[in-house]
Unconditional design. Sequence first.
Length: 60
Amino acid sequence: METPCIRICVIDQASGLCEGCGRTLDEIAGWSAMTDRERQSIMKALPARLVPLKRKVRPA
């Protein structure tokens, strides 16, 4: 099963999205029970969700 998880599991308080993958806590929790179609739909939305989160990440 494909997953967008990159093991940076930090939830952004303002958006409620994981800063690593862009999913919500509900999406993360229910990922294995979702259909392939549901997962694909979420995967398609993740790049746009991550754009505002990447701006918040401080350079190392």
